[in-house]
Design a protein around this ligand. Structure first.
Ligand SMILES: *Cc1c(COP(=O)(O)O)cnc(C)c1O
Length: 451
């Protein structure tokens, strides 16, 4: 590849492409980085640079790039049956076999799956499904869904409404009616001097307060990510989930665990809900389901909920690509790879403990106020003053550091001044060493600019 090609592609982008989550003016002034190929945990750009992908694409390439088995699964299915819909009392083998395979790995009592094309579609599905569920049960007034500020549940109208990203709400008149938010269990950012466990309990108690404020007869469900991803890899204090479980058990509402990131091994268990011992009623999934090789999402549904839907007549909901046969064949093979190679066990017993140990070493860096992580997730809080947790103002430090990373062969993502990682689950210990030393180099380069 040559620089000439890069300029050609960047020009096409400026002329014709409106990419997601982008400031078009700023991007067009600079030009996109063009990614041309990938293998294992590495990407290559059009200038020939090799980049360690510390984000597994967008939290999704769990089995790594370049998996010939997934290519073959897709090609086989495209030849056999490239498409057929599931609307009018038809089905096909790949979607049925995938539903069975997911039922086998899902938490106990969750053996039904509704398929979608993405995580956002999965959350649009849960919104309609829980309201329909309560209507079938004779409680149509149970409509309100409680989410969390700074939660992320996708970018469609329902997904963005359930999420608590204020900048997203500001565009397009969101959230839609019937959605309420409580605070997030973000101790480093919002807990101040409070003991983390006391803070966790206090944040969880907001759920009970909100249920009582809205009226339990009106509340349909609570939705939350086991660990917030896009919000900045926010890991709740240990006290948080047990308190939430206790409150959920007290009131007659459904629990939706958004497993789009935590699902399929990210925490060292199949699902984040397994890690935290949660018993959700619905679990939106996507991302790691296919390791991102083709788009696919779904909602795993508890049997009691499926039994009610069973009595509800037609559920007027679905997508042309629900359970797409090629996506289903790829997902099925992806699950086989995860099992065959013992990838999740290896994460739990080896790579996650190693990553977490190495990652925490970065806490000694002058810019790093906290280095936290769990499983194959990590975050660094960049601050001016570690003791008071004061941020740098007006210089977009996180973005600067992210740029240094890209220029030095590492993808880390910046959420404000929080840098985050979510590498492919197949990353090796040597590659973790490379990730951590590149991260340190980029922190040094960033620190050099602010001194
Ligand atoms: C990415 C994400 C979504 C949205 O998934 P898309 O496939 O981008 O629509 C929903 N929930 C969570 C937790 C996510 O991380």
């Amino acid at each position: 590849m040559t620089e000439g090609n890069t300029q050609h592609w960047q020009a096409l982008g400026r002329r014709h492409h409106l990419p997601p989550f982008s400031d078009y003016k700023a991007l067009n002034a600079k030009g996109s980085r063009i990614i041309t190929r990938a293998e294992g945990v590495y990407l290559w750009d059009s200038a020939g640079n090799r980049i360690l992908d510390g984000m597994a694409g967008l939290w999704c390439v769990n089995v790594g790039y370049g998996r010939e088995e997934l290519v073959q699964a897709a090609a086989r299915q495209m030849r056999e049956l490239p498409y057929y819909n599931l609307f009018f009392q038809t089905a096909h083998p790949p979607v049925l076999e995938l539903a069975e395979a997911i039922a086998e790995i899902a938490p106990a009592g969750m053996t039904h799956v509704f398929f979608t094309g993405s995580g956002s579609e999965s959350n649009d599905t849960v919104l309609r499904m829980v309201r329909h569920y309560w209507a079938v049960k004779g409680q149509p007034q149970k409509q309100v869904i409680i989410g969390r500020w700074n939660g992320y549940h996708g970018s469609t109208v329902a997904g963005a409404s359930l999420g608590g990203m204020k900048a997203m709400h500001g565009q397009g008149g969101l959230p839609i009616p019937g959605i309420e938010h409580i605070d997030q269990p973000y101790w480093y950012g919002e807990g101040g001097d409070e003991d983390p466990e006391a803070f966790g309990v206090r944040m969880a108690e907001q759920l009970e307060q909100k249920i009582l404020q809205v009226g339990v007869e009106k509340v349909a469900a609570f939705i939350a990510e086991p660990i917030q991803g896009a919000g900045g890899v926010i890991i709740p204090p240990d006290s948080y989930w047990p308190k939430i479980h206790e409150i959920l058990a007290r009131y007659d509402i459904l629990f939706i665990a958004d497993e789009v990131i935590c699902g399929f091994g990210r925490t060292g268990e199949w699902f984040g809900s397994d890690y935290y011992g949660s018993a959700p009623d619905l679990m939106p999934i996507a991302k790691g389901l296919t390791s991102g090789y083709v788009p696919m999402g779904g909602v795993i549904v508890r049997d009691e909920v499926a039994a009610v839907l069973n009595e509800g007549g037609e559920f007027f909901h679905g997508f042309t690509y629900s359970g797409h046969p090629v996506a289903a064949a790829v997902a099925l093979e992806n699950l086989r790879i995860l099992k065959r190679e013992g990838i999740i066990d290896r994460v739990r017993t080896h790579t996650a403990p190693y990553l977490q140990r190495r990652w925490r070493e970065l806490a000694d860096h002058p810019l790093v106020g906290e280095a936290r992580g769990l499983g194959m997730l990590g975050a660094l809080e960049l601050v001016k003053d570690k003791r008071t947790r004061t941020r740098f103002s007006g210089i977009e430090l996180g973005m600067r550091c992210r740029e240094h990373c890209l220029d030095n062969g590492l993808v880390m993502r910046a959420v404000g001044d929080t840098l985050i990682i979510s590498p492919p689950l197949v990353i090796s210990e040597a590659q973790i060493d490379e990730l951590v030393s590149k991260a340190r180099l980029c922190l040094d380069l960033t620190a050099g600019e602010v001194e």
